[in-house]
Design a protein around this ligand. Structure first.
Ligand code: FMN
Length: 308
């Protein structure tokens, strides 16, 4: 933690660990290279979540994979392209100072157990289990929509690590609070909410779906009120720290998520237009807010809206 952060006290507690401030990189955005994580760290990020990693490398879908929809919203179906557990553990092998959560994706307990065994000796904070990607078959949300599979996967990860585990939930066919409850009962320490929402866009000239995968996930500004609602409901009903995600583009959005009940907040799509500097801009805004409201620590606002 640097002196600046101590002065303004933006530090937050996340399970057994402390972040110097509540900002985090959302999974899948700039998430596979140690040199980028270092750049983000110098921009004052609180913690990084990597791209979701699978046991074997995945190529992902052909282009187009990301479409800007205007108004700060996006549609994507990247197809979880990633280098796989072996190459990625080499990438992170020299990590010393950056607080990293590795995002894991897979379709069976066996795959999750292999990944945690491959990563657990690294200098990382913990894991985020992606049970909510809405556009890859037999992974992500297809697993997250099956409570029995969620229970088994989270228990398996729990058995293989003492590090904090967050489970990333989304809006699928199961109520988000129920899904979070299954994850917590199975051993999750933190819940991240939310992933992208299953969505589609069609070109009226060619009459074809625009994404090569046809269906993708909606992110950015349009989904923020849904993210806020999910964080509010989960944090009100479950005794577990929640990480908010979806549609954050300014320090005000971070504050809104925290008042809804988030202990930390992830930032994704907006990086495409604003770049890594947004983390510094957001933490500067948060410091001013803490001063203006005369808070000792930003954590004082977590879940305040539950009173009303
Ligand atoms: C291009 C792209 C790739 C993504 N890849 C992943 C991923 O690998 N794993 C994951 O859990 N979420 C992934 N997401 C979802 C984001 O982490 C985040 O939950 C979502 O985009 C909402 O946040 P935002 O509105 O700030 O982008 C991806 C999103 C985008 C736009």
């Amino acid at each position: 933690m640097d002196i600046d952060d101590k002065n303004y006290n933006l530090s937050v507690k996340l399970d057994k660990t402390h972040l110097r401030n509540p900002t985090m990189l959302a999974s899948g955005i700039l998430g596979i290279s140690q040199s980028i994580f270092e750049r983000l760290y110098h921009e004052n990020i609180g913690a990084v979540v990597t791209k979701s990693i699978s046991v074997k490398p995945m190529k992902g879908y052909p282009n187009p994979t990301v479409i800007p929809l205007g108004g700060g919203s996006y549609l994507n179906a990247v197809g979880l392209s990633n280098p796989g557990v072996n190459a990625f553990s080499r990438e992170l092998s020299h990590n010393k100072i950056i607080p990293i959560f590795i995002s894991l994706v897979g379709s069976s307990e066996k795959e999750f157990s292999k990944m945690v065994k491959g990563f657990d000796a690294l200098n990382i904070l913990g894991y985020e289990i992606n049970l909510s990607c809405p556009h890859v078959s037999k992974m992500g949300m297809e697993v997250g929509d099956d409570p029995e599979a969620v229970n088994k996967i989270v228990k398996t990860v729990r058995m293989n690590t003492n590090k904090p585990i967050s489970v990333k939930v989304g809006v699928g066919s199961i109520d988000v609070v129920e899904l979070a409850r299954v994850a917590v009962d199975a051993g999750a320490d933190i819940i991240t909410a939310i992933n992208t929402l299953r969505a589609m866009s069609i070109d009226i000239e060619t009459m074809m779906p625009i994404l090569s995968n046809r269906i993708g996930g909606l992110s950015g500004n349009a989904i923020k009120p849904i993210g806020i609602r999910c964080v509010y409901e989960i944090s009100k009903k479950l005794e577990v720290p929640v990480i908010g995600c979806g549609g954050v583009s300014s320090w005000k959005d971070v504050v809104e998520y925290m008042i809804a009940g988030a202990s930390a907040v992830q930032i994704g799509s907006v990086l495409g237009s604003r770049g890594p500097r947004i983390f510094n801009q957001i933490t500067t805004g948060l410091k001013k807010y803490v001063e203006k409201k005369q808070l000792k620590n930003i954590g004082e606002i977590i879940g305040i809206s539950h009173k009303y």
